[in-house]
Design a protein around this ligand. Structure first.
Ligand code: FE2
Length: 234
């Protein structure tokens, strides 16, 4: 393991290098998933996430998300909130299957934040000039607003591979795939790239899809408020 950036307090203090270490980071949340095929698929996808996922800052421009927060911190924050959503707030309104779909989608929702490995998005001089980004970040990895769509498509490929390898056990059902991938694809909610909205202004208001967007949004904005004191952040 290499010493990575500071994590906010969950058990992962270092950057994982092996599959086992990657799974270990999400272990306590993977254990919340009771549908065997959803858990197995989520683990299958975790170990195939781009390497940059494990060390990326939550905000690649240092303008959004909490100051000093890593992407893992952000995902872990979302998972922490999801426990309250599932087991307290909406305790009697969720089926186990929905809880499993929610946890899986949250773990995977930002998996391809900077695009596909080998053709990652990076910070350009134009972006620095336009958005007052620190000059030192020129050439650094950059979150792309297309990452929900990219993540969705990468997961679709992984579903195919997972189901082929699962053979007689049947893999993950289309019902579960549909909800998990839809939640990843639409997690930007109203801010998703218009060109990727398949049905003009429509947005699927399933509970799982809605909560992935809601949890993601509020984890981000609450931490901005706490760590930056910015009450007016858009
Ligand atoms: Fe996110």
């Amino acid at each position: 393991m290499n010493i990575s950036q500071t994590y906010f307090g969950h058990e992962a203090k270092t950057s994982p290098t092996t599959d086992k270490e990657k799974i270990q980071i999400f272990k306590r949340h993977l254990e919340r998933i009771k549908t065997t095929s959803i858990k197995a698929f989520t683990e299958f996808a975790i170990i195939r996430l781009p390497e940059y996922f494990w060390t990326l800052p939550a905000s690649t421009t240092n303008l959004n998300h909490a100051a000093g927060e890593s992407l893992i911190d952000h995902v872990m924050g979302c998972l922490y909130i999801s426990r309250q959503v599932c087991d307290a707030q909406f305790k009697d309104h969720w089926t186990q299957r929905q809880k499993d779909q929610l946890v899986s989608a949250l773990i995977l929702h930002d998996g391809w934040r900077c695009g596909i490995e080998g053709s990652e998005y990076r910070i350009t001089q134009e972006m620095i000039d336009e958005k007052s980004i620190d000059q030192k970040l020129l050439g650094a990895l950059k979150t792309t607003p297309e990452h929900p769509e990219i993540g969705y498509r990468q997961l679709l490929l992984l579903v195919q591979e997972f189901n082929q390898k699962s053979g007689e056990t049947g893999g993950i059902s289309s019902r579960n795939v549909s909800m998990i991938l839809k939640a990843v694809r639409y997690h930007y909610g109203p801010w998703m790239e218009v060109k990727h909205k398949p049905f003009s202004l429509s947005w699927p208001y399933d509970s799982v899809v809605m909560q992935v967007h809601n949890i993601d949004f509020h984890q981000c904005h609450n931490m901005i408020y706490i760590t930056r004191g910015d009450q007016d952040h858009g």
